[in-house]
Design a protein around this ligand. Structure first.
Ligand code: FE2
Length: 382
């Protein structure tokens, strides 16, 4: 056993926890030791989204993904159940699939690498051999929860059920009838040289509309009219009232979802369920922003759209919707990547956020630190 070295000073820690106006220190956005602590005590200890059930609609359908050194496959078994398995052969250590972030189908044997020495596994992860078809030899399985079609895993297997912690988001999205929506396209993928926290912090506050989106989103939902609810479960809820005629504000040709009520149409919301399950309702669709922290310096951002099935046929309209999202997203990314570089400055210690208009940042930062301290108190200095 090696001794644990603190990754944050006690004073820095206390400043963030006690003062909603102070941010994490700059090193928390660059240090690989800090990132490792987040992986261990935040992402592996809590529920992390990995896929949507419509990515694996029939038996044998799979989706591969890599997370923090783990190689996973989400697969629907011949019994109809979806499992999250480690996709490395327990005999040879070999990855049973070629690439991560790939959807595909297997008929009866899991994987597409069939080396002569490798065991072969069935669609439930058991070795295809009567003598070896035991739990002991089966591919390791992670705890999986299905929330309204979204698949989330808990890697260390100790987290409490997630569903009760998502009540705020379930209530806010009730009229979207998520279970009736269809995944309409492949994700738009961004590979960013920015720490995941900068991306998530940017997502969960609207104060930056004033500068970053002054010619776009600020005209629709001005920063100063936005507000963030108090935390009552794991959901940070950012409310962005719409102050112009919606039809004129966006060149969107897909109509609002029929089941929405007037109140749903008067605002945009951004939800961040801690630690990192992000859903944004957009009136005519629901965006799942699958943000994957890759390292302290790199993040993947895969944006999936869900909408009523009949919108599927309207490819041009869906493209328009996605393109308008990409335009706003690119404005955000310039800011995030710029901040990421700036936080390297030795003069940047702990910044300031607006305690009301950037309340989501404070809630997220505090959660990160408290999860790390709970996981291993020695990671916080004296
Ligand atoms: Fe933004």
């Amino acid at each position: 056993m090696t001794a644990t070295h603190p990754i944050i000073g006690r004073e820095e820690f206390d400043r963030v926890v006690a003062d909603p106006a102070r941010t994490l220190p700059g090193h928390a956005y660059h240090s690989s030791a800090f990132f490792d602590a987040e992986v261990e005590h935040l992402f592996k200890a809590q529920w992390f989204p990995v896929a949507h059930e419509q990515m694996v609609p029939t038996a044998g359908d799979f989706y591969t993904l890599d997370l923090w050194g783990l190689k996973l496959v989400i697969v629907r078994g011949d019994d109809g159940d979806i499992r999250a398995l480690d996709r490395r052969c327990l005999q040879t250590g070999r990855d049973l699939f070629f690439n991560p972030f790939t959807q595909g189908h297997c008929d009866t044997v899991l994987g597409n690498v069939l080396g002569h020495r490798s065991w072969k596994y069935d669609l439930q992860g058991r070795v295809i051999d009567p003598d070896l078809a035991t739990e002991e030899h089966a591919l390791p399985r992670y705890a999986l929860e299905n929330w309204q079609g979204f698949l989330l895993i808990n890697i260390d297997g100790k987290a409490k059920p997630y569903e009760p912690e998502l009540a705020t988001m379930a209530a806010g999205l009730k009229n979207y009838r998520i279970n009736e929506l269809t995944l309409v396209r492949e994700p738009v993928v961004f590979d960013m040289e920015a720490n995941w926290k900068l991306v998530a912090e940017n997502y969960i506050e609207a104060y930056h509309h004033l500068a970053t989106h002054r010619n776009t989103f600020e005209k629709v939902s001005p920063a100063r009219s936005t507000f963030t609810d108090d935390l009552t479960d794991k959901v940070i809820s950012l409310n962005m009232p719409i102050e112009v005629d919606f039809e004129q504000a966006f060149d969107w040709t897909l109509p609002p979802i029929a089941s929405l009520e007037e109140a749903d149409r008067g605002t945009f919301n951004a939800y961040l369920a801690l630690p990192l399950f992000l859903l944004t309702p957009l009136h005519n669709s629901l965006a799942w922003l699958h943000l994957i922290p890759v390292s302290a310096e790199r993040s993947f951002w895969m944006i999936y759209i869900l909408a009523p099935a009949e919108y599927l046929e309207r490819e041009e309209d869906v493209r328009k919707l996605v393109d308008s999202g990409i335009e706003i997203h690119n404005e955000d990314m310039d800011a995030c990547i710029g901040n990421h570089k700036g936080f390297r400055s030795r003069f940047f210690e702990q910044g300031y956020v607006h305690p009301d208009l950037e309340k989501g940042v404070s809630l997220l930062d505090r959660h990160v630190l408290e999860a790390i301290a709970k996981g291993d108190p020695a990671l916080v200095g004296n």
